[in-house]
Structures are given as C-alpha cells and as structure tokens.
Design a protein around this ligand. Structure first.
Ligand code: FES
Length: 571
C-alpha cells in the first residue's frame, strides 16, 4: 500500500493546522519527526490490568511488539481498552464482552492506526478484541499472552481443572481448609492464563486456527522467553501486513471458521468457543450457525491429551510440537489453503511440524478419545439448540432419562443444593434456570453445578445438568449448556417443574421434556418473568439488545461492521 493511502496519512500527512495538532501532541511523548513520514502506524491494543492477572505481563509483551514494529519501519502506538479478568469481575466477565468490543472497535476507527496488534489473554479478552477489530477490518494480528506453567502441589502437577476436584474433596473433608488454601499458591505460580485447555487456551487455539496469529501462538508459555520473541516477530509482521493490505476479512473466510471448529474439536476446546466464534462470524459477515459446530466436529477425535478432556497442560503441548503439529495430523481434513497472517497457507505453516511425544499429540488413527468437539442437541426443551462437550462428559450419561430437580435461579441453587431434604438421587437431572444472556444477565459460567454433598458422599461423580448458562472451559461433566431460548425470555426451560421427566439422547441429538403440548401451553400462559430487567446504564443496553446464545449473544445492533472510515474528518 502506498504511504499516502494509509489511514494515518489523513492525520499525520497533512501540512495544515490540523496536521500540526495531530503531530505536535504525539511529539510530546518523544516521537521523532520521521515517525510521521508516511510509515505504517501500528496500534497495540493492550488489555494489561492488575485486575486481569492472566494479562499482568502484557506491558513486557507490548514492549517486544514495539521493538518489532520499529525494526520493520513502523510507528508503534500502544493504547488501553477495558480488560476483563475472569476471576474477579462480577457478576460475570461475559456481561462485558460486548462492551469491550465496542471500546475496541471505536478506539481503532477513531485513531490514526493502519494496523493493529491485539494483546489477548484471559478468556473474554480474546473474543471481545477480535469482535471489535472485525467491525473495523484493517490489518490485524493477534498475540495471546500464553499459558501459565503447570502448578505443583504435594508431588503432583495441578491446574485450573483441579479447583473443581479440590472443592469436592474439601466439601467431603478429604482435604483440610489449610490444604485447600495452600494449593492456591501452588497452582497459579507464573504469569499467563490458565494452563489447561480452558477458555483462554481455547481462544488462543482459535485465533491460531483462524489464521489470525503467527504459528505457535497457542502454546508458548507466558514465562518462556520465546513468548517475547514471538511478540517481537509479530510486531515485525504487522508492518508488512499493512503494506500488503492483508485485512481481517481476507483471512476470516468461511474456510477459516471451519478450520477453527475442526481444530477446536481435536484439541477438546471449551464450549465457550461456540458463543464467541458465532459472534466473531457475525461481525465479519461469515454465515455460520450453531449446527455448523456439530457438523464440522463430526468424526474428529481428541488428538491433544490436555486437561480437562485429557491429562496434561498447554506447556506440554508446546514441548510436543505445538498446535502446528496437531493441525498437521489433520491435514487430510482441514482447509490447508486457508491464508493466515504471515501470508502463507495454513498447510504450509504446519508442513514441517513434528510430534515429539505421542502421549500428548496422537494420530487420527489412534486418538485419545474417539469423540470430541461440540455436540448440538435440540428438542422441545431447546428449540434453538443447546451444546454439549462429549469429551468432558460421562459416556453412559449421554443417553439418559430422569426426573428434573429444578432450581429457579443461582440463588435458589445455592440455598438448596446441600439441603439433606432435597429430593434428588444420581438418576435425577439437575435443571438451572435464569442464568442465560438476559436472565443472569451475562450468561454466567455456572452450568456445571457442583453435585449435592450427599450424592458426592455416596461416590456419585457426574449427573446430567441442564441450564441456559455456560460452563467454564476448565470444567467437566455431562452438562447441557446454552439452552436457547433461555428461561428469562419464556423459553421452554422456564416451564420445567420438579419431577418432570427429561430425556437426553446426545447420540441422536435430542433433548426432550416429556410433558404434553397441552400442559406446556397451560404453563406458558401462566408464565411470568421473574428475573429483573435493569432500567439504566450499560446493563439496560445489554439486556435490551443481547441476542440469544445460538446467535452468539452479541448485541443485535453490533452485527456486521462499520468499516475503517471516520464519520467526520476535521478537527
Ligand atoms: Fe484468566 Fe483462566 S482465569 S484464563
């Protein structure tokens, strides 16, 4: 691209009063005159925050990116956006994903940047930044912060998925409170995001499989010096992407999305992948629907032996060959000709990858589990679909009928789950309502409800659980999630009563509430919305406009993009 055609030229290329203002205030930060000579201006969109511990090392990464940009002849400019830390934000970080995407979109469009590097890490920081950038569609490259090194406690490796196990063991008195708290410091012991194939790693895999990052983005540990090298090389590359005008829409084709779904299946990625990829597709204008996740997951086994579907950690994946080695195993089925940010095809990027440990990365012929990916069930309980993760479920429960034990909302669940009088046994189906996009609001990660203490004491380890909420990517169990439409808008989930029989047949993709249509019509006529709709602020905007889970829970007015043109062009 010619320098005078760069977006930044309409700011820094001017010789008038406005150009004076644009340049002069940048010079107060020490920018030399040649930074304004028509070179590509690269925005570095940083989600660093001490309230987002997984992204706490991003200032260092940004400095590495800047080095690379300068080496390649660009002008790096770092800017902050709202950061979403999964562990601290209440009621749930997902409530703010769409808000951050608006921050990112408007920050990119409003400023003199020709290309953008997105620094993403903790779960929602990736989809929110990618969604916002898609709606502008300039050359964009993603760098993930990298996973933590695995934890060690009492002679064994531990990671985020152990929280659920430790919680159950603590409840049963198998470990003391002191031991429970001691394990905290042993688990999150380095910088980086969750070390298992949780949602953050799923998102890092997703951007690499989509072609939005350089190869090996997904697994280089945050604490490994090669993460900085990777960032520096990414800084160099984005400058060339601007010169080539390699925009997001040229990379994010339908093939790229299909690749991402297939790779997610092979990696045993999080169910949150569904909701975020749907939202990203909506922004870039690719026609993707919830059935596609089931369709392109079919026949793809689990190739990566990483928790929670497997046994190991993301750093093990890196030492064993990284994501390129996994994708190479899939070369017969993926779209090898999908273009990626380095200008090469996906197949070329992975051609020289090697597998160093078959205990971590398997072949397609001898996988760790035969069934993986996302499974979509439908029926009168979920007319628009619900999702499951078979690799994290108990095979015997994938076909199951049982009596519903209903919790009207999360407070009801907490109040009654450990009540000794609760009428529940191992064959029951736990139903949690009003934790969907509008109802919670923000669609909380509470779908893998902890089992009642009295059943844990009996040795029960899994039950069918159904909700309109999400599940942490580090969670596991036979959970039916994202039931759409949700209870808070009067979806059939709202009509379930204690004792109703529910039939799940994941093999045939059905989820049925065994109640007559007549009875359901009577219940629907009597249904009243129980969850509060907010009347002011962002939450009001969100509840008014958020779409249902099967559409990606993006806001209706954010679908698509507005391009990179500013609406008015004078100071
Ligand atoms: Fe940030 Fe798990 S809490 S990635």
């Amino acid at each position: 691209m010619e320098p005078e055609k760069l977006r930044s030229a309409s700011w820094f290329g001017r010789k008038d009063k406005d150009g004076f203002i644009y340049r002069a205030w940048m010079k107060n930060q020490g920018a030399p005159p040649d930074m304004f000579d028509g070179r590509p201006v690269i925005g570095i969109c940083n989600t660093w925050s001490e309230l987002t511990p997984c992204n706490g090392h991003f200032r260092e990464l940004a400095e590495a990116v800047k080095k690379g940009v300068l080496e390649a002849g660009g002008f790096p400019v770092e800017f902050p956006v709202m950061s979403l830390g999964e562990t601290l934000i209440k009621p749930t970080a997902m409530l703010y994903r769409n808000l951050v995407s608006m921050d990112v979109e408007e920050s990119i469009r409003a400023n003199p940047v020709d290309g953008v590097v997105l620094l993403c890490g903790c779960d929602k920081t990736t989809p929110s930044l990618v969604m916002g950038a898609c709606s502008v569609d300039i050359p964009t490259l993603v760098i993930s912060g990298g996973p933590m090194l695995k934890g060690h406690w009492k002679g064994r490796d531990i990671g985020t998925s152990d929280i659920w196990r430790f919680d159950a063991a603590h409840k049963l008195g198998q470990i003391t409170t002191e031991e429970f708290m001691e394990s905290e410091a042993c688990m999150a012991r380095t910088q980086g995001h969750c070390a298992v194939m949780g949602t953050a790693s799923t998102m890092a895999v997703m951007v690499e499989a989509l072609g939005l990052s350089l190869p090996n983005n997904a697994s280089i540990p945050a604490a490994d010096a090669r993460r900085k090298v990777f960032s520096q090389l990414s800084g160099r590359r984005i400058v060339d992407m601007v010169k080539e005008n390699l925009t997001m829409s040229k990379i994010l084709t339908r093939k790229a999305f299909e690749n991402a779904i297939m790779v997610n299946a092979a990696m045993g990625g999080s169910t949150n992948f569904v909701i975020h990829l749907l939202a990203i597709a909506g922004r870039i204008g690719v026609d993707l629907n919830i059935e596609d996740f089931d369709k392109y997951s079919q026949g793809i086994p689990l190739l990566a032996n990483i928790q929670p579907s497997g046994e190991n950690y993301m750093e093990d994946l890196y030492y064993s060959g990284g994501l390129p080695a996994v994708i190479k195993e899939m070369k017969a089925i993926i779209h090898n000709d999908a273009i990626t940010v380095n200008g090469k095809m996906m197949g070329d990027n992975c051609a020289t990858a090697e597998v160093y440990d078959r205990n971590i990365i398997s072949t397609m012929q001898e996988p760790f589990k035969p069934e993986s990916g996302i499974l979509v069930v439908k029926g009168n309980l979920a007319p628009d679909g619900a999702v499951m993760k078979p690799s994290a479920a108990t095979p015997a429960l994938l076909k199951h009928s049982g009596k519903a034990v209903v919790f009207e909302n999360i407070e009801d669940y907490h109040a009654r789950i450990d009540d000794p009088a609760l009428d529940i046994d191992a064959t029951s189906i736990m139903v949690l309502k009003n934790v969907g996009p509008k109802g919670y609001p923000g669609m909380a990660e509470v779908g893998n409800m902890t089992l009642p203490k009295k059943l844990l004491e009996q040795g029960v380890t899994d039950m069918v659980r159904i909700s309109d909420g999400r599940m942490s990517g580090t969670g596991f169990g036979t959970t039916v999630l994202h039931v759409s439409p949700e209870a808070a808008v009067g979806g059939p989930l709202a009509l379930v009563k204690n004792g109703d029989i529910i039939s799940l047949d994941a093999h045939n993709r059905t989820l049925q509430l065994e109640v007559s249509e007549e009875e359901l019509a009577v219940r629907k006529a009597a249904w009243k919305q129980t969850e509060t709709m907010q009347t002011r602020g962002y939450v009001h905007l969100y509840q008014t406009h958020v779409q249902q889970a099967h559409l990606g829970a993006d806001m209706d007015f954010l679908k698509g993009g507005s391009g990179n043109k500013v609406s008015r062009d004078s100071h």
